[in-house]
Design a binder for this molecule. Structure first.
Ligand code: UGA
Length: 435
């Protein structure tokens, strides 16, 4: 099928690549020419495993082309995905400016188009956005009615950064939220090669499924982190506890890894948006409030443990290993490393950072700290280490040559403790050090 994709961010680009991989013809549309130029050169505008190789393959075969002309792209395709950004406002609510403008432009494009055109919302949006905002904007601008003049659906994206291509091609489920049989059939055919379970819902249910999934995953993490702080005082290891808990098939071991909390562009934003919607409806959200509160505590808890265990961190040279919000990405949005850096600076430490991919992005948030491109040079410089992102290379540090390091504070349970002998080591959810 011929598919246009409006918005070449994370979701748009990976959706385009996955659909090209399934044999479709894709036109990627964006308003930023530099971004399209990078893609045309067969490169990714962001770091993500496998994406460079796939862009290069599909750009050279012309299965993927790019365009700044939305009208032309919509007119020469059968299906259009909306994958524009949905940033948070100050109060946690979702900013729908880009969605309104994309919907208006698509409405304008399909006005005189021959044949049935399907429009699919894929960005994460608050419940009601597709059925109310998008539908009314397109109806008004195009003069057509959804279901007859054009098809409308909401299909949420469930991919994880760092595993985006794998997740896009091997989803646990595909949710198609539409009121229309014709639209459902067209999209079922498009997604059929994924061999995944398909769930049909209304667009609003599809939107709510996405928010609920992310909120539940974030809840599992915050729950594990709260239990982790209790385990420290009880004198047991939270990883052993969660192993035992996760063996219950009703619970599953996934997303119970205690640590410095969740970051990224999705969990903090989506939980906040859901809380905001609920508050607007006059509802209380004690669980979601607690999820966010717990997530805020963890980075400070790590610094607090460090401060207490070595008798103060003023004047200590502290190296942050890992600046990205998770490994295999250069994304630093809501990274837990930033509150740790700021808190260490407040306490008078001399701070430096290392990350295999995210230094440039992090530098714009923390321009005044030092950065090491070479991980070993950073470790050689440091008195104390804060491990914030579980990059594989950090597992390979030869600690036997680093016994000048006074202590390691592992926020992600990454280091193999059998490889460190003379260095004090502490990680989240472990028995507290003697002080
Ligand atoms: C998340 C969801 O997992 C995806 O299903 C969803 O599509 C995506 O948001 C989105 O809405 O776009 P992502 O934020 O890319 O994906 O990354 P995750 O692997 O979920 O990790 C999020 C954060 O949680 C990271 O900071 C990670 O370190 C942390 N985490 C994850 C934990 O602290 N403990 C865990 O057990 C798992």
């Amino acid at each position: 099928m011929k598919v246009s994709i409006i918005g070449c961010g994370y979701v748009g680009l990976t959706t385009g690549l996955a659909l090209a991989e399934l044999g479709n013809e894709i036109i990627l549309v964006d308003v930023i020419p530099e971004k399209l130029k990078v893609i045309e050169q067969g490169r990714s505008p962001f770091y993500e495993p496998d994406v460079d190789e796939m862009i290069s393959k599909h750009i050279s075969s012309r299965a993927i082309t790019t365009s700044m002309d939305l009208k032309e792209a919509v007119n020469s395709t059968e299906i259009t995905f909306i994958t524009v950004g949905t940033p948070s406002r100050e109060d946690g609510s979702m900013d729908d400016t880009y969605i309104r403008s994309a919907s208006g432009n698509i409405g304008e494009a399909i006005k005189d188009k021959e044949g049935f055109h399907v429009i699919v919302m894929k960005s994460t949006v608050v419940p009601g956005t597709t059925d109310i905002t998008i539908r009314s904007t397109i109806d008004e601008v195009s003069g057509l009615g959804s279901g007859e003049g054009y098809g409308l659906a909401m299909c949420p994206e469930f991919l994880r950064e760092g595993a985006a291509m794998y997740d896009s091609l091997n989803p646990d489920r595909v949710v198609i939220g539409t009121h229309e049989d014709r639209t459902f059939e067209i999209l079922s055919k498009l997604f059929e090669p994924l061999n995944s379970d398909i769930l049909r819902t209304s667009p609003t249910s599809a939107e709510m499924i996405k928010y609920t999934s992310n909120s539940l995953l974030a809840t599992k993490i915050s729950f594990a982190n709260e239990i982790s702080r209790i385990c420290e005082e009880v004198g047991v290891d939270v990883y052993e506890i969660m192993k035992g808990v996760g063996m219950d098939s009703r619970i599953s071991p996934q997303f119970l890894r205690a640590g410095v909390g969740f970051g990224g562009s999705c969990f903090p934003k989506d939980v906040s948006a859901l809380m905001h919607i609920a508050k607007e409806m006059g509802l209380k959200t004690p669980i979601l409030d607690g999820v966010m509160e717990n997530n805020d505590i963890q980075p400070y808890h790590l610094v607090d443990i460090a401060d207490r265990s070595i008798g103060g961190i003023k004047g200590k040279k502290a190296l942050i290993l890992g600046l990205a919000f998770k490994p295999d990405t250069d994304d630093i949005r809501s990274t837990r490393s930033l509150p740790v850096v700021m808190n260490l600076l407040e306490k008078g430490a001399i701070v430096a950072g290392h990350d295999p991919k995210a230094i440039d992005n992090f530098r714009s948030e923390a321009p005044d700290i030092e950065y090491f491109e070479d991980m070993n040079m950073g470790v050689d410089w440091a008195d104390i280490i804060f491990l914030m992102t579980e990059w594989t290379e950090y597992k390979e540090i030869d600690w036997s040559t680093k016994d000048h390091v006074e202590a390691i504070f592992d926020g992600r349970r990454t280091i193999d403790t059998s490889k460190i002998e003379d260095i004090n080591y502490w990680s989240m959810g472990r028995v507290l050090p003697d002080w």
